[in-house]
Design a protein around this ligand. Structure first.
Ligand code: FMN
Length: 194
């Protein structure tokens, strides 16, 4: 059985991004056991003050990465497929996803540093990023979420990055529903390739 980790950063009831993600997940092969990690329900804290210093101390004083604070990182590193769903907020993704990424980025678990530089340690070969946006940002240099997640995929050693971004969800007069339905079809087809 393969493991898919569904990192769900959809924060609105009736989220369009989650509809896209569910279409993807529903069409994944039954070979995958899917872990639905709903970030909203996790007790994620940003790395500030004592929460930051205590982690530094654990990292500096132990070489084994067995502390429960590294559980998110192990789960991420061991997944065969990563699916991230997050709406487009303030030209990027919600802060909650960044906080999750802080928890996952652990030297010795998801990446390592050596004489040859950085090396990703994650098992997954594919990271799928799904998003919906209020305006039109496809191919815009102002779209700051997609390049960041693509870079992180490489950082974690996940070779293939896939993304589906649906634009125009809040543009008056634009057929957002048709656009979303088309993307849902695309997401379903993409899932069937894994
Ligand atoms: C806090 C917040 C910030 C947003 N920032 C942007 C933005 O910078 N650009 C944009 O095009 N849409 C922005 N939007 C609109 C969302 O991207 C759009 O409604 C998206 O489809 C929401 O996804 P959801 O249905 O999964 O929640 C923002 C929405 C919220 C609530």
């Amino acid at each position: 059985m393969k493991k898919a980790l569904f990192v769900d950063c959809c924060l609105r009831p009736g989220s369009n991004t989650r509809k896209l993600a569910e279409a993807f997940i529903d069409n994944l092969s039954k070979e995958y056991k899917v872990k639905h990690l709903k970030l909203e329900d996790e007790n994620l804290k940003p790395l500030v003050g004592e929460w930051f210093y205590s982690r530094q101390e654990i990292l500096d004083t132990t070489s084994e990465r067995t502390h429960p604070r590294f559980d998110y990182a192990h789960e991420f590193a061991e997944a065969d497929l990563i699916v991230i769903a997050a709406p487009f907020w303030d030209l990027s993704f919600p802060a909650l996803l960044k906080i999750y990424i802080e928890n996952v980025s652990i030297d010795g678990v998801t990446f390592t540093t050596g004489e040859e530089g950085l090396k990703g340690l994650c098992k997954a070969n594919n990271l799928v990023y799904l998003t919906t946006r209020g305006g039109f940002y496809n191919d815009s240099p102002m779209e700051s979420a997609l390049p960041q997640l693509r870079n992180l995929s490489e950082f974690f050693g996940i070779q293939n990055f896939h993304s589906i971004g649906v634009d125009g969800m809040n543009v008056e007069g634009y057929d957002a529903e048709a656009s979303l339905n088309e993307a849902i079809k695309e997401a379903s087809e993409l899932a069937q390739t894994f």
